[in-house]
Design a protein around this ligand. Structure first.
Ligand SMILES: Cc1cc2nc3c(=O)[nH]c(=O)nc-3n(C[C@H](O)[C@H](O)[C@H](O)COP(=O)(O)O)c2cc1C
Length: 459
């Protein structure tokens, strides 16, 4: 069989994910696996119709497609996202239609599920037959049991293609609305005081609702509120995945484009950030993805700490909970306060005016009060993953992270809580005595709530 592998790593042949594919290729010599480095070659694919057509023709002639990619900021890299946009823009979807597909990524498991949901949804939109996802930790290839798991996965995929297995679509097609937002007269503005407000948008000509929503939210702030269009920021290209930044947060693009200067001078210094964009396929645009990916020069340091963030989105966000989770996960993971989302889905201009004003009010109010809502699993889970990865195998690579984590108490492993450890050790011993154990089990509920009850009484 002929399998096309769409390699989404900007590192091309040096991709770790690709090594998983190459192992599969070795184990199944009876099948042909043709690899296209579509992320690394994205500039060429954008400019050279012939090169793009070559990939699409191979897809058309293939029996199945493997979407192979590294996780970048809770999704696929911006270059890969751009490739997917090109497929839709150039009407090349018919080449994918009806083909069986699978996704394979490597990562440290931080929001790998959202990236695979995205590719699954793209496959459903392309009318492909999505068979499944394989998402190992990038180091798993070194373990025999994990290699066996990979081969079993490949066998399962190849069998599904051979037998023309039926597949289930997980994501319903998106319904787009024709609503046109007509903003009302300028509302009473929210005084921003000494807070710095930055509104980032990727608005393009013709995105009427997005443009008007950005204008409206801008008008809602009285005082300094700067609007920057990401298309006006000098960004030469996507993250190269080179990890030059890991030692001291310096990017390979330093001095070559304006992204770092823009990010350091505008984004990092803002108290309030409004991120505005339009839904494009199952995410925002690849320009937005470029913004997120290139911020990796800050590695795993939560640079949005303490900022208030609001999202203003044009398009069917309610139908894409995966996208909402990605945006919230990014904001929370950065230790910012995600204040809320406003979209044009209410299809009512008066209501939309009010929602945008309310968002502006809350952003400023929370910035003044220093309010941050309690974190959820999105942040707690991520923090623990990064803590363990940087403490472990990645410390010598990500030395900037290690220095930051050491200074800021991110290494909060429980073993340093000596009092708690002593209590736990004594309790463990006591529960070995049957009478104590029975009494303890009987009183667990009452004893657990006691300290909290006392606190409420005293308050
Ligand atoms: C810009 C950037 C963003 C990343 N974002 C994530 C992420 O969101 N989640 C995750 O688990 N790993 C993330 N990683 C780690 C990569 O996914 C991981 O190192 C992967 O194995 C690289 O694969 P490759 O060699 O095929 O490019 C990121 C790495 C880079 C360079």
């Amino acid at each position: 069989m002929r399998i096309v592998v769409l390699n989404g790593s900007p590192k091309g042949e040096l991709s770790i994910t690709l090594q998983y594919v190459l192992l599969i290729r070795k184990k199944f010599p009876e099948h042909q696996f043709k690899v296209f480095n579509v992320a690394q070659e994205i500039r060429k694919l954008e400019k050279d119709d012939g090169a793009f057509k070559e990939v699409i023709d191979e897809v058309r002639a293939s029996d199945g497609v493997i979407w192979s990619f590294p996780l970048y900021f809770l999704l696929v890299p911006s270059h890969y996202k751009r490739f997917i946009e090109l497929v839709f823009e150039r009407g090349a979807g018919e080449a994918f239609s009806g083909k069986h597909a699978a996704s394979l990524s490597t990562s440290i498991h931080f929001f790998d599920h959202t990236a695979h949901n995205y590719i699954n949804a793209i496959c459903d939109d392309l009318d492909m037959r999505y068979v499944g996802a394989f998402s190992p930790h990038y180091h798993d290839l070194m373990k025999e049991a994990e290699r066996e798991r990979l081969i079993l996965f490949a066998r399962h995929i190849l069998r599904a293609i051979e037998s023309n297995a039926p597949t289930h679509k997980s994501f319903a097609p998106l319904l787009r609305s024709g609503f046109e937002y007509q903003p009302g007269p300028a509302p009473a503005s929210v005084p921003v005081g000494d807070k710095k407000v930055l509104i980032l948008t990727d608005g393009e000509k013709g995105q009427v609702n997005l443009e008007r929503m950005v204008q409206k939210v801008r008008q809602s702030f009285a005082g300094q509120a700067e609007v920057v269009n990401l298309h006006d920021v000098d960004i030469k290209g996507g993250c190269l995945g080179c990890l030059l930044c890991a030692y001291d947060s310096r990017c390979a693009y330093s001095g070559k484009d304006g992204y770092m200067e823009f990010f350091n001078s505008k984004v990092k210094t803002a108290d309030v950030l409004v991120l505005a964009g339009a839904v494009r396929d199952r995410y925002l645009s690849s320009r937005w993805k470029l913004f997120f990916d290139r911020s990796f020069f800050n590695t795993h340091i939560p640079i949005m700490m303490g900022k208030q963030i609001g999202f203003v989105i044009s398009g069917p966000l309610r139908q894409i909970p995966n996208l909402r989770e990605i945006l919230e996960g990014w904001g929370e993971g950065q230790q910012a306060n995600v204040v809320g989302f406003v979209t044009d889905e209410c299809e009512d201009s008066v209501e939309l005016d009010a929602l945008l004003l309310r968002l502006a009010e809350q952003l400023v109010q929370f910035a003044v009060e220093g309010y941050r809502r309690p974190v959820t699993y999105l942040s707690v889970g991520g923090r623990k993953i990064f803590r363990d990865e940087i403490w472990g195998g990645l410390r010598f690579v990500f030395q900037a992270d290690h220095r930051f984590y050491s200074r800021h108490g991110v290494y909060d492993f429980p073993q340093k809580r000596y009092r708690m450890r002593a209590i736990v050790a004594v309790m463990m011993l006591l529960t070995k005595i049957p009478r104590f154990r029975d009494e303890f089990r009987r009183r667990t509920k009452v004893e657990m709530v006691k300290p909290y009850q006392k606190l409420v009484e005293r308050a």
